[in-house]
Design a protein around this ligand. Sequence first.
Ligand code: SDX
Length: 428
Amino acid sequence: MSDKATLEYNGKKYEFPVIEGTENELAIDIKTLRSVTNGMITIDPGYKNTGSCESAITFLDGEKGILRYRGYSIEELAEKADFLEVAYLLIFGELPNKEQLAKFHDDIKEESHIDEEMKKILDAFPKSAHPMGVLTSLTSALIAFNPISVNVSSEEAMYHAIVRILAKFPVLVAWTLRKKKGLPLDYGDDSLGYVENFHKMMFKRPNKEYTKNEIVIEALDKLLILHADHEQNCSTSTVRIVGSSHAGLFASLSAGIAALWGPLHGGANQAVLEMLEAIEADGGDTKKYMAKAKDKEDPFRLMGFGHRVYKNFDPRARIIKKAADGVLGDLGIEDPILEIAKGLEKEALEDKYFVDRKLYPNVDFYSGIIYRALGIPTDMFTVMFAMGRLPGWIAQWREMRLRKEPIGRPRQVYIGENERPFVSVDLR
Ligand code: SDX
């Protein structure tokens, strides 16, 4: 197989190196394109065919429905690992041994306090504020209270910024939920596991003892693992490009949260539940919504379906669908929404429009059903996605900084007015 690609234009040939990844993915390296062709660039809206970086963190095969974090399959990690282990794996590249994991958790616990002044910022939000808007603001506000984490370049300074945000982010997520519910802010309990403590901070009632529900903690841990990274998706690319200007980790994460909020991306899990509830309110008329999704005049899309990379089942959707049955069964919850989701999935998978476009359920299609069973409000679903994605964003930001990648600055093809003389206002 050749390690060169040739471009021919206007009778001239240009050669570019072809690079091959460890999973045999091939890319044409066009770093010299503009200089050798006297200014030509490529253009690819949405970057559907364009790689932004080389990365060793996550591998996806969209045709085969494969997802691996640092070489470990998502199926094995969801089954055998816990979220903190997976966070360590994504960020540092290896599964931690017992001592490494204990030290990582201890270092995080040391940083789990939030400056009391942050509560004034939280208080300033109306209860009606969307939790994603609150979270992206609080994450950015953290910078003011952690100035040494603003622009870190040494591995040691990065480590401290990383444990700091892994410690404080779950507190901010829990506070965001408790603010909505009018509950006093809770600091959790360092004697608990990372995810159990996160759950306690979210749900402990001020007048009741917190009791651990194994089923709930296990389901939450699995959901966080399944959301932990997904290579160069919209929000991760945002974190990387913001970080490439040497903006700090917290600022880059705040930008990533804002990008995740969109209903075409992480906001889809909330949109799925709202869609399923609308179908339920409509008497379960899935055919009406299928027709809307296929009608080019109708902006409605079947939320939770389709994916830029997966043209087969999203492996995470398979795991979550199975877990939804298990969690609802174990908790003794009969949720008609799950049956509507299954009916909609069956119809779409047999419908020519969806089959021809290889539109399958994605990670967001079933996740909301479990979040709902865990008592998480619908408008907090994307916040839960952000909590899961936090280690992936951190890992990708760290890789980009350690590899000393250049500032991200795409080119464009200008299609505006050619030069024209200024006309004073009284002559216009
Ligand atoms: C996430 O990138 C990641 O890795 C993201 C993510 C992660 O972990 O970070 O996996 C998380 O964001 C999952 C996706 C969640 N979003 C949704 O569920 C929203 C609904 N899905 C779509 O909007 C859409 O499928 C996207 C945004 C996910 C992907 O869009 P693409 O790749 O840009 O594809 P497209 O819009 O060009 O669609 C191709 C065709 C079009 O029809 P034609 O013009 O060819 O006739 O498929 C149609 C689209 O209209 N189509 C849909 C559809 N998704 C695509 N039609 C109806 N319903 C849908 N959901």
